[in-house]
Write a protein that binds this ligand. Structure first.
Ligand code: FES
Length: 316
């Protein structure tokens, strides 16, 4: 994606040992573009010659133009972006940010909005809460947390908890009655989920099993692609061969080689990075391609998917 905005880190707040909130302001004054509810931005982080791109949901209220905020979890297996932000970025630093994009909008016609988040998946829900409360819309939010982080998320949600059904659950997935929650919602409700893939899959399959229309189930997926065996990618139009490491995505390897590749979500959801496969078998890990397209093996989403063998030849 081209076109980035220089942003200055205005403030960093530690929320928990692995959670930090970063507030940004336009580096050269003026105002940011208006961000939609559920919108995300992409940060480009440079560590010497190494370039990392990470997508983060904006947690600042939609429409706020003087300040954007994100919350970043430092994960043990981070491929670099979140660990770099936690360890090396300080107030006053200037970073590159792609303007906000919304791939996770609130449904305009929903009779009620049911928000289900797990862990750091709470972030897009925070901007939803601000929007839903401003609209006076009917909603409830359920957040699944580890027991030790319940107070952290309760503090985070405290500003929204007026006249709203907002709950943090620390008792584990088994104690959360997902089917009961979804089965008591009025006709015309929409459900939105963000968090671990197992939670998002459970929300989707439970809702569909209960007869929710497919179009009433929404999920937000960000770059949680696990690694895999290393392989070689041959980029025919660029005339290059790229090695993809075991803890690196194909997209990251392509970018590191200096080849421009389109992307928006970096999580296998938006379709922006779709690339034609000329040779090789694909290990599909995205939520964008249909089962038939995956079976045909002619397309790949390099942000999450990998080779199932030692080599892939791509039209790139
Ligand atoms: S960047 Fe969105 S699917 Fe790859």
């Amino acid at each position: 994606m081209t076109g980035t905005i220089p942003v200055r880190v205005r403030e960093i707040t530690a929320l928990a040992p692995t959670l930090k909130r970063f507030a940004f302001e336009p580096a050269h004054g003026g105002a940011f573009p208006t961000a939609p509810a559920g919108g995300h931005v992409m940060l480009t982080l440079r560590d010497g010659a190494r370039v990392m791109k990470n997508a983060y949901s904006l947690v600042s209220p939609p429409g706020a133009r003087g300040r954007y905020e994100i919350i970043v979890r430092k994960v043990a297996q981070s491929r670099g972006g979140s660990a770099f932000l936690h360890a090396h970025v300080a107030a006053g630093d200037v970073l590159e940010m792609a303007p906000p994009v919304s791939l996770f909008p609130l449904a305009a016609t929903a009779r009620k909005h049911v928000l289900i988040a797990g862990g750091i998946g709470i972030t897009p829900m925070l901007s939803f809460l601000a929007e839903l409360q401003a609209r006076g819309a009917r909603f409830e939010l359920h957040h699944l947390s580890s027991p030790e982080e319940v107070p952290v998320f309760e503090r985070l949600l405290a500003p929204y908890a007026v006249d709203a059904d907002i709950r943090v659950h620390g008792g584990g997935r088994a104690a959360f009655d997902l089917a009961g929650l979804l089965s008591r919602q009025p006709l015309g409700s929409h459900v939105y989920t963000c968090g671990p893939h197992s939670l998002m899959d459970a929300v989707g399959t439970t809702a569909l099993a209960l007869g929710w229309p497919r179009g009433s189930v929404h999920k937000e997926s960000f770059g949680a692609a696990a690694g895999g065996l290393p392989f070689k990618a041959v980029l025919t139009r660029s005339g290059m061969e790229v090695m993809v490491g075991e803890n690196q995505t194909l997209l990251e390897a392509i970018e590191a080689a200096g080849v421009a590749a389109r992307c928006l979500c970096r999580g296998g959801a938006c379709g922006e990075c779709v690339t034609r496969v000329e040779e090789g078998e694909v290990d599909h890990r995205d939520d964008f391609l249909s089962d038939a397209e995956k079976a045909a093996g002619a397309l790949i989403m390099p942000c999450v998917s990998r080779a199932r063998g030692p080599r892939l030849v791509l039209d790139l």
